[in-house]
Design a binder for this molecule. Sequence first.
Ligand code: SF4
Length: 374
Amino acid sequence: MAFLPSASRLPIAKHCAFAWSPHAPRWPKRPQRDDAEVGIAVHAEAEAAANGEASTPLARELAESLEGLTDRLPEQPYAYDVKTGRARRLVKAGHRSYVQASDDELTGTADLVYTSRDGRRVVRDYKSGDDGRWLDPKTNMQLRFLALAVARSEGLDEIDVEITGLTSMSGADSTPPATFDVFHLAEIAAEVADIYKASTSAETVPRSGQHCRWCPIREVCPETAKALAKIAMTPGPAFPMAVASASEISGAEHAAFIKRARAVYEDALDAASRAADDWIRDNGPIPWGEGVWYGLVEKSRETIALTPEATEFLQREAPAALTVEVSTSKSAIAKAIGRRESLHVLDHLRELGAVKTSKWVQNDKFRKSDDAAE
Ligand code: SF4
């Protein structure tokens, strides 16, 4: 059975999906953190406010701000099928439970979906604490996924998203809403498909970075173990760093050594990695071994938006094998009608303005022979 990241883990899985992949080590058990308990309590207040059952000052303030917002769906779970591009609302079955989802469905719960006073459909994410109001709703992978799931489940070409920070001290404060149009939704669908592929592939390898500090398997990840092995070889008091449970810690000095070493090495590794990125930017690619290089690579992605004209054209040109009801991609078109024929179809879609090319540059591995990123 596939083990897939839920919406709240997508920001990590986008950088590294190894923790969900078939060769990942077993996830260590963790006690619930205090801030997670605060988060659950604040979300419960927000749900009560949306249901007209506010009993605390914060929930009452929130309930007032929700007046006039219609078709509200608080704490609504969704499942998005990566293979068909369809999404559905799940019946609520306990807190953040997704037992009804199938193997190809990624899941997540929208804190609140509503229709605004000017008729826009909006997905809202609540963040407890002051940080929420500074986050960008457009780049937040959790919210991007939920926007896609809600839009696809309701047959929308466009949807708004916002983040509302909730604190008992300063109340509720929302970011300005951001809009995802039909192109953005196609881009998000492609991102989610990439994450699904990485989460289910035995080829996926760990990709370490700043995101590791939020990873559910950081103590047992092979990349972390490699880094710890190097640390253990450095001079100084020798305490084992590769421990996975409290019973393996010999005493206060050992625990203090681990905590100090973590802070020192994390900072040092972050700084060293940033310096290496600067060096690569100024001096060019570096050898990675076995004919592979690492350096700045230009990437591009073409997304196909199913405008009415594009849908009509594809339904006319492509055989029934190509499902264009909710989504399609370059590879789906090539698979349905053959690569050569698909080039003409794509040219025509470009003329219809249904293909958007996004370009960006990022560090990645590549082979010099074809200059293609791995
Ligand atoms: S610790 Fe880092 S490299 Fe290892 S699986 Fe987690 S995110 Fe990936």
